[in-house]
Design a protein around this ligand. Structure first.
Ligand SMILES: [Zn+2]
Length: 92
């Protein structure tokens, strides 16, 4: 038995393209709370009434803190740029 076993095609990376244009003109809004959506992703509730997913999907978005209660608690009151505010969408 020799070594050199190759990893199969299963090692292929998922190349999901998430286009998330971050506009610096978007106002920063404080996080007032967190909730889980139907798919088990964490959603931050913002002071403006909008919600924003805070996914942990490295390397695109590395937010290991969102997976722990202590991490989320530590981020209450921090801000996220709210594109929905920039676009003038009414709060959900
Ligand atoms: Zn907003």
């Amino acid at each position: 038995m020799g070594g050199g076993a190759r990893r199969g095609a299963g090692a292929r990376r998922r190349a999901r393209l998430i286009v998330r244009p971050f506009d610096p003109a978007a106002p920063e809004q404080a996080i007032t709370g967190f909730r889980l959506d139907d798919e088990g992703h964490w959603v931050a509730e913002l002071a403006c009434g909008h919600r924003q997913h805070v996914r942990h999907e490295p390397p695109m978005q590395s937010r290991p803190w969102v997976l722990t209660e202590a991490g989320r608690a530590a981020h209450l009151g921090t801000t996220l740029r709210c594109m929905r505010c920039l676009l003038g969408e009414p709060p959900a």
